[in-house]
Ligand binder design. Structure first.
Ligand code: ATP
Length: 600
């Protein structure tokens, strides 16, 4: 039996950190358990261990021992250990060296030019796997027929220089790994479809291609988008996208292990992975092990989004790596006009050495949303406020007591859902689901999901003249999936709606071409989705979005959180909150630590 999550044993420093809310009971529990198993009693070492466990919970793979107090700058006075004494104590710890109790070494300390980093060994290994695989893949470059590649590039990308999409495709032709970064609507999928066309042109129709994404929903969108361009680009019809899990082949006999691994690699010539910012370090390591050296790996994603909820912002880390080598000579010969163009700065050219290209031009957003997202990404608070107060009708900042507009959007969307769902019109119901979404930073409290869900339901009940009880799954109830359910084909974060159908009810989930229908009784972990957290909205977009900000003291309110919320909107974004909260968010980049690109 596992021990209950009690922290009665927390003493001294751990207790102080737990009382201050810096450590959760589970952090202390894991650290104490490791300490007992490994024979470590030093309080500072156990504190550092608990802080490392906490860091994982918050998306960092390690902690910087020399800068521990930065982890909780707003937590007041706490008994932080002296960094150099702590580092020495960790170095000598049986948790590092293995003790009398056995060879268990759950901690790994890595010295870097920026100071010592403390990892849980398991995650350090995973970083090593990703780093080593990438370094191996960077040792050489694929041979390419430059004449054929130049001709195909010219046909696929006829625009003026600099065209970063063309550069992305040229990278994909000349590198084993290519990272195409960019915000929503910058054309990552558009480019991926053209990259495939280029690779088919170079290597013939037998090329084996895999399309993958971290969630079922993202895979469906990728497949739909590539499929819609297949005819125009001469791609084979019926390219199928799958989740990364399914690509690797989950094994029923062993959770976390896959059919494809270092000794049974994936057979594909090209693997395109979308929404890479949502891939955890663990899954990235599994993929890195399973990819053949001569497979082209194309990673697409937005590194400015919130990191994956599991540890590891692998994409952001890969994009931020200092250049390891100069750009390849073949690249310069394929796209000399783009690389030499005035609007293509040196810093971007250097990044090409790591096969990283960032698409910058938005093709989908209103100009207001794009300008706001860009200002938020850079933390430029005055610029963001100027956009928000410019009168541009695609972006708006409203004080928390000015709710008429939000109510209108909630009621219009809710009534459309009720109407379409009662009529059994799946297409209309799923379309209504994507028109407006309420996003909150928190789950609880006056700016949290619970409060705003109840408020939305009250508005909608009044407007529809019906008593709507989310516990009785009525037609028109929007749903949010909160756990992966492989058997039902649902992923954590999927949204759907209950619809009347053939005299009964079904839950419909958007899957591009055809909706996924699930009997409501088969749904295990779902909640009403009148409002949802920004974290859960990652990877989805809506026509219009209302973002409810907490007050400026909320530590969860970071630049990445606000960027992620804003970029969920295609046409209109309304922020409900005060200017002070917007400014606080922009002043708070999420502190994440990882070793990729830093360790020797
Ligand atoms: N070079 C281009 N010329 C014309 N239209 C483009 C170009 N690039 C992208 N688009 C269009 O812009 C829209 C957004 O492109 P796409 O879906 O590829 O972006 P994305 O970066 O993959 O977005 P997301 O991150 O939301 O998936 C699509 O309608 C696409 O056809």
């Amino acid at each position: 039996m596992t021990a209950p999550l009690t922290t009665l044993r927390a003493t001294g420093a751990l207790r102080a950190f737990e009382a201050a809310g810096v450590l959760a009971p589970a952090d202390v529990h894991v650290a104490s358990r490791l300490g007992r198993l490994g024979g470590e009693t030093s309080e500072p070492v156990l504190l550092a261990t608990a802080l490392t466990v906490r860091a994982l919970r918050l998306g960092s793979v390690c902690v910087e021992l020399g800068r521990l107090p930065d982890l909780a700058a707003d937590a007041g006075d706490l008994p932080w250990p002296d960094p150099s004494r702590l580092t020495e104590a960790v170095r000598r710890s049986p948790l590092m060296t293995g003790g009398a109790a056995g060879p268990l070494t759950p901690l790994t300390l890595v010295d870097t030019p920026g100071g010592p980093l403390l990892f849980l060994t398991r995650y350090h290994r995973q970083e090593e796997i990703v780093r080593t695989a990438l370094a191996d893949r960077e040792r050489d470059r694929p041979a390419v027929d430059l004449g054929a590649a130049a001709a195909a590039l010219a046909a696929l990308f006829p625009g003026p220089a600099p065209d970063r999409q063309r550069v992305a495709a040229a990278l994909a032709a000349t590198e084993w790994t290519t990272i195409v970064a960019g915000g929503p609507g910058t054309g990552k999928t558009h480019t991926a479809a053209r990259i495939l066309a280029l690779l088919f042109a170079l290597h013939g129709p037998a090329l084996r291609v895999a399309l993958a994404a971290p969630t079922g929903k993202a895979a469906a969108r990728l497949q739909e988008s590539i499929g819609a361009q297949a005819e125009e680009l001469g791609l084979p019809a019926g390219l199928v996208a799958t989740t990364l899990h399914r690509l690797l082949g989950p094994r029923r006999d062993s959770r976390g292990r896959f059919t494809h691994h270092a000794h049974n690699r994936l057979p594909h010539d090209v693997i395109v992975l979308d929404e890479t910012s949502m891939v955890s370090l663990t899954m990235m390591a599994r993929l890195a092990e399973a990819v053949r050296p001569a497979t082209r790996l194309i990673l697409l994603g937005d590194p400015d989004q919130l990191a994956s909820v599991d540890a590891g912002a692998v994409l952001a880390d890969l994009v931020a790596r200092p250049p390891a080598r100069p750009p390849g000579p073949a690249l310069a010969r394929l796209v000399p006009g783009d690389l030499g163009a005035e609007g293509f700065p040196d810093a971007e050219r250097d990044q090409l050495g790591n096969a990283v290209i960032r698409l910058r031009h938005g093709h989908r957003f209103g100009a207001g949303i794009a300008a706001l997202a860009d200002a938020v990404r850079r933390g430029a608070a005055d610029e963001a406020m100027a956009v928000l107060t410019s009168g541009d009708e695609t972006v708006d900042l409203r004080p928390p007591d000015d709710l008429a507009g939000v109510r209108d959007d909630v009621v219009t969307t809710g009534l459309a859902l009720l109407d379409a769902a009662e009529r059994g019109d799946l297409t209309a119901a799923l379309a209504a689901l994507g028109t407006h979404r309420l996003l909150c930073a928190h789950r609880e409290g006056p700016s949290g999901v619970g409060h705003w869900s109840r408020r939305s339901l009250a508005w909608l009940s009044r407007a529809s003249g019906r008593v709507l009880d989310p516990d009785r799954r009525y037609p028109g109830l929007p749903l949010l999936v909160t756990e992966n359910d492989d058997d039902a084909g649902l992923s954590n974060g999927d949204t759907g709606v209950v619809v009347r159908r053939d005299g009964g009810l079904v839950a419909a989930f958007d899957r591009g071409a055809g909706p996924l229908l699930v009997h409501p009784a088969r749904l295990s972990s779902v909640h009403p989705a009148y409002a949802m957290t920004i974290h859960r909205s990652q990877g989805s977009q809506y026509d219009s979005v209302t973002v409810v900000l907490p007050d400026e003291t909320s530590a969860i309110l970071t630049r990445q959180l606000l960027y992620t919320a804003i970029t969920r909107a295609r046409r209109r974004v309304r922020i409900v909150g005060r200017e002070s909260a917007v400014r606080a968010a922009l002043g708070r980049p999420a502190l994440r630590a990882s070793g990729i690109g830093r360790t020797p």
